[in-house]
Design a protein around this ligand. Structure first.
Ligand code: GAP
Length: 460
């Protein structure tokens, strides 16, 4: 079977809209730039991606969860360095009026070039703060300014003592959080890759100074293992170290996990050694000591922090790009489709099949029940099975169009298994289960279906 992977983002954008994964926000009003809504399948998919991360983090004995507020005391952002330093250099092109980031624009003889029209007639860069501001309460005045958080990390730092003492955690330990962040990006784009509202999944791991680089290396390895489990091809991920000039103000060391998107290698996740920067800053600004007392050694110290930070939306996009496959269906593969007494319907009406090869853990639908025809007896059994299996699995039901077309629909949304209910099913109490990737089929006794699914899902 010939297979083709994703080469242009637009193909995926169309699939996401057509199949209810992702829609343009406020589309009926012409859309809102760089804002996206997750449709029914997208919402389920994103939820599963979050759950997978949450489990990987909080099922460990040394990591606990947190859900902090988006709005925080404005001093938090003074202490963290965001009020003064969370800026991008912004230029305006005097010829075509494009606004762009100077640090990512091309240069010629040391001069900034407009990325839109190549003009050299551009303004001097000025610092543009990326934080969204709003007002707390009814009075719109300076004293009531609050910010929409630009990262979830600060909610963890300011709760360090609350969490450590309430949960009696001993160092090393981590705090994990999933939540919305907001950045007024100058150049958002590439679908959900860079947006102004996005969800982050961040974990701050508090360690004894001196053991930080060892933990930094361990976390790099642990995060790669997670990506391996999610089904990323090894060759599509790589580490990129930040040079001294790229390091953020808080970082002692930083590596990006990069993914090869159709638009090139880009950051997926940041792994940072933040040292004691954040806890020291919050101690200074709040007047509250944020130290850890190590009982066995009777030492007091400010812990160092190893951070893993990934955007959930960006990870979902990478997973969809990674999963997208176009396969040329040959006569031989068509034959297998009709094996095992299953419907020999024209499964391969079109000779290209689009498959999202998602792992069952994150696929929006895991199992679809398909009655072979619209006969009430078959529909009734299919509905009953759907209802029963909805207890433990994410299930779907589809009775419209030919069985071949229905298989294709499920392939396109990444459903690992389909169970077809035919006339024999009423008598022998068996269904035909069809495998998304191999397109092979097994005839399974309904009483054995639960156990079969548990085993079969592991083969994806
Ligand atoms: N607390 C550290 C921190 O926020 P970051 O590298 O600025 O580090 C972490 O962000 C991750 O958040 C990025 O690797 C990316 O996946 C995601 N992210 C950042 N800005 C984003 C944006 N504008 N749109 C979508 N995802 C974004």
């Amino acid at each position: 079977m010939e297979a083709k992977t994703l080469t242009d983002l637009q193909t995926l954008v169309s699939l996401c809209k057509r199949r209810g994964f992702i829609f343009q926000s406020s589309e009926i009003y012409g859309g809102l730039n760089s804002c996206w809504d997750y449709g029914p399948l997208g919402a389920d998919f994103k939820f599963n991606v979050k759950m997978s991360w949450w489990k990987a983090m909080t099922r460990r004995l040394d990591i606990v969860g947190l859900d902090a507020a988006i709005l925080m005391h404005p001093m938090v952002w003074k202490a963290s360095g965001h009020v003064d330093g969370f800026t991008d250099p912004l230029c305006d092109c005097k010829s075509c009026k494009t606004r762009f980031r100077q640090d990512t624009a091309p240069t010629k003889d040391g001069k900034t070039v407009c990325p839109n029209c190549a003009s050299l007639d551009v303004t001097e860069p000025r610092n543009f703060n990326l934080m969204f501001k709003t007002y707390m309460g009814p009075v719109e005045e300076g004293a009531s300014i609050v910010y929409l958080r630009p990262e979830t990390a600060q909610g963890i730092f300011v709760n360090f003592e609350n969490v450590q003492t309430s949960m009696r955690k001993k160092i090393p330990f981590g705090i994990a959080q999933i939540g919305k962040s907001f950045r007024n990006e100058i150049t958002p784009g590439n679908f959900t890759f860079r947006t102004r509202e996005f969800e982050q999944m961040e974990m701050q791991y508090f360690v004894k100074p001196g053991s930080d680089m060892e933990w930094f290396e361990k976390w790099k390895e642990t995060r790669l293992q997670h990506y391996d489990r999610l089904g990323f091809k090894k060759s599509s991920l790589r580490f990129k170290e930040h040079g001294p000039k790229e390091l953020a103000h808080y970082a002692r060391a930083a590596f990006d996990v990069q993914y090869e998107f159709p638009f090139g290698w880009q950051e997926l996740e940041g792994i940072h050694n933040r040292g004691d920067f954040d806890l020291t800053q919050h101690s200074k600004f709040s007047g509250k000591k944020l130290e850890y007392f190590d009982e066995p050694t009777k030492e007091k110290f400010v812990p160092y922090v190893i951070e893993t930070a990934v955007g959930c939306d960006r990870l979902c996009l990478a997973l969809l790009c990674n999963a997208y496959t176009e396969e040329k269906v040959t006569k031989a593969t068509e034959k297998t489709e009709g094996g095992n007494g299953a419907p020999k319907d024209a499964e391969a009406a079109a000779d290209i099949r689009i498959v999202l090869k998602l792992k069952p853990e994150i696929a929006p639908v895991q199992l679809a029940f398909l009655p072979l025809s619209k006969k009430p007896d078959l529909q009734e059994l299919a509905h009953k099975l759907r209802d029963d299996f909805a207890q433990n699995w994410r299930v779907d039901y589809d009775e419209s169009a030919s069985i071949g077309k229905r298989y294709r629909r499920q392939d396109e949304i990444g459903t690992p298994l389909c169970a077809t209910i035919d006339f024999d099913s009423l008598v022998d109490k068996k269904v035909t289960v069809r495998h998304r990737d191999s397109m092979t089929q097994d005839r399974i006794d309904i009483s054995q279906l639960e156990a079969y699914l548990a085993e079969k899902m592991k083969t994806f």
